[in-house]
Design a protein around this ligand. Structure first.
Ligand code: AHR
Length: 518
């Protein structure tokens, strides 16, 4: 019997659906030190900035090719009145952020600052409207302010505030978690509100909005069905009504309970494996929501959006509980890798995702402390996966993989994988979840000839024990303790019309292998 943890086949000449680049979206909420300190340092800051936006964070994030950025929340979005954040900063009102630490903010970062950030990041905006405590008129006015190109009242106001051209706005969220912080509504109540707000969130001056209806918590498939019934009256409708173009859901990976989630850095092997089991659950959730949507929209015109996902642990000791600041280890990077594989495998329906959140909150890409900044292991997993953006998914067919582990009564695969092809280049992602043993993997590549084009691995520093393999993380004293390095234990052999990729993955590692089609 072979000892291959993964034994699989990929047909290079059978491309699947496009992996929408927007699956690699980010999320920035007015929460803790995400927007303020994380991005916004202000125009008088000694931290290098452009117009008050810190440049170290911008430069790092550019490496990720961030496709879209969701803002201003989250729960905050349903308390946010956009007019508080435009016009001269000294005239902007102070407001209480009742969701996150009950702190008072001065609205220095508003619509213009967000769109300036998007321009610096070269990313597309995902603006979330206030459906919970806002009015339909506020929604209509905000869309006009953002996207209208004439002298209509809101376009004129924008010009008075210093911006002539409208901004291209791609995504427009219709509230957030209406079943919870966004109003404690029932699905049918929210559906009526979503219909109203989407009607008045108009396509103006050639801008086309992708309206995202705020969807389910985890496996609330009934919520998704209620929303799908708004756009499709009959099962199997060929063309859904253009009320909203996406339906979202949220899913966080929490090792413990909401009351005691567990430490970000100090966890044992059982907790580690439970975390991985919970991360894997995202695959079943995507499939569940997709199945409901398939019934009402078989042509997949309406996208599924996972516009909040990521790890959620107890906050770092000594930090404000409402700020959701947590460290980020190799465990987080592996959770991200497991999500990416699930995204790629379900790319026909799932076309938007936003990790929570980009800076200093939950599963962050970068952490800041004063003028210092570090890249987290999750950052590196995103960077290594950027080549999958807008590539065609390639199915990875399991032939005889041996790698499974019993976790909390379920059999969990210990290797996760996915592949894609774009512009003559194949990218294979390989994740070994086992912190205690390397994994041998073999992928037969059929239907095309390939040459090796480099391989990268993200893992704890060599020689780390099995605890450190998953707990390894970067600190401001050692910002590059976990960083990608070349994967040397990989080979490609070609016999006749078939090439075989073989690799040994270090314990608890994420690897990407690039192959050039010849
Ligand atoms: O990302 C943090 C919070 O988690 C968001 O504000 C909310 O939508 C979710 O509950």
């Amino acid at each position: 019997m072979s000892d291959l943890a993964l034994d699989a086949v990929v047909d290079l000449d059978v491309p699947g659906p496009t992996i929408n680049r927007h699956l690699y979206g980010q999320f920035a909420e007015h929460l803790g030190r995400c927007v303020y300190e994380g991005f916004w340092v202000g125009e008088d800051s000694p931290v290098p900035h452009e117009g008050g936006i810190r440049l170290d964070v911008v430069e790092a994030l550019r490496e990720l090719r961030v496709p879209n950025l969701r803002w201003p929340g989250g729960c905050f979005a349903d308390s946010y009145h956009w007019r508080d954040g435009v016009g001269p900063r000294e005239d902007r009102p102070r407001i209480a952020n009742v969701h996150w630490g009950d702190v008072v903010e001065d609205n220095a970062f508003g619509t213009h600052e967000f769109l300036a950030l998007c321009e610096l990041l070269r990313t597309e905006p995902y603006v979330s409207a206030n459906v919970g405590s806002g009015t339909v008129q506020e929604t209509a006015d905000w869309v006009e302010y953002l996207t209208r190109d004439d002298d209509a009242p809101m376009a004129r106001l924008r010009r008075e505030h210093g911006r002539g051209e409208p901004w291209p706005v791609t995504f427009f969220g219709l509230g957030n978690e209406p079943w919870g912080c966004g109003g404690n509504l029932r699905a049918d109540q929210y559906a009526s509100l979503a219909r109203l707000h989407s009607t008045y969130a108009r396509d103006l001056s050639g801008n086309t909005l992708q309206r995202v209806a705020a969807g389910a918590n985890e496996d609330d498939y009934a919520w998704t069905e209620t929303l799908m019934k708004q756009v499709s009256q009959r099962l199997g409708d060929e063309e859904p009504a253009p009320l909203f173009q996406a339906v979202s859901f949220h899913y966080y990976t929490i090792p413990g309970t909401w009351g005691a989630k567990g430490s970000a850095t100090d966890f044992d092997h059982d907790t580690y494996w439970t975390t991985m089991r919970k991360a894997h659950r995202v695959r079943a959730l995507i499939r569940g929501h997709s199945a409901v949507m398939d019934a009402y929209d078989p042509n997949a015109r309406v996208a599924l959006a996972l516009d909040e996902w990521g790890t959620w642990f107890d906050v770092e000791p000594g930090t404000e509980p409402g700020f959701l600041y947590q460290q980020n280890t190799m465990r987080d990077a592996l959770v991200a890798a497991v999500h990416f594989d699930a995204f790629h495998d379900n790319a026909r329906r799932l076309r938007l995702a936003n990790v929570a959140q980009v800076v200093n909150v939950l599963q962050a890409m970068v952490l800041t402390e004063g003028a210092c900044m570090l890249r987290t292991p999750t950052f590196h997993a995103f960077a290594m996966s950027a080549g999958h953006q807008d590539a065609s998914a390639l199915a990875v067919h399991d032939v005889a993989s041996r790698g499974t582990r019993a976790v909390d009564g379920t059999d969990l695969p210990t290797v996760s994988t996915s592949a894609s092809v774009k512009d003559g280049s194949v990218l294979v992602s390989l994740t070994n979840l086992d912190p205690a043993a390397p994994a041998r993997v073999r992928v037969a590549l059929r239907g095309g000839s390939v040459m090796p084009d480099g391989a990268t691995v993200l893992a704890a520093p060599e020689g780390a024990g099995s605890d450190d393999a998953v707990r390894a993380h970067n600190t401001f004293d050692a910002p590059d303790a976990v960083a990608p390095r070349e994967l040397t234990t990989v080979s490609l052999t070609t016999t006749g019309a078939q090439s075989t990729l073989e690799a040994t993955l270090p314990p608890a590692s994420f690897a990407t292998v690039r192959l050039a089609l010849t």
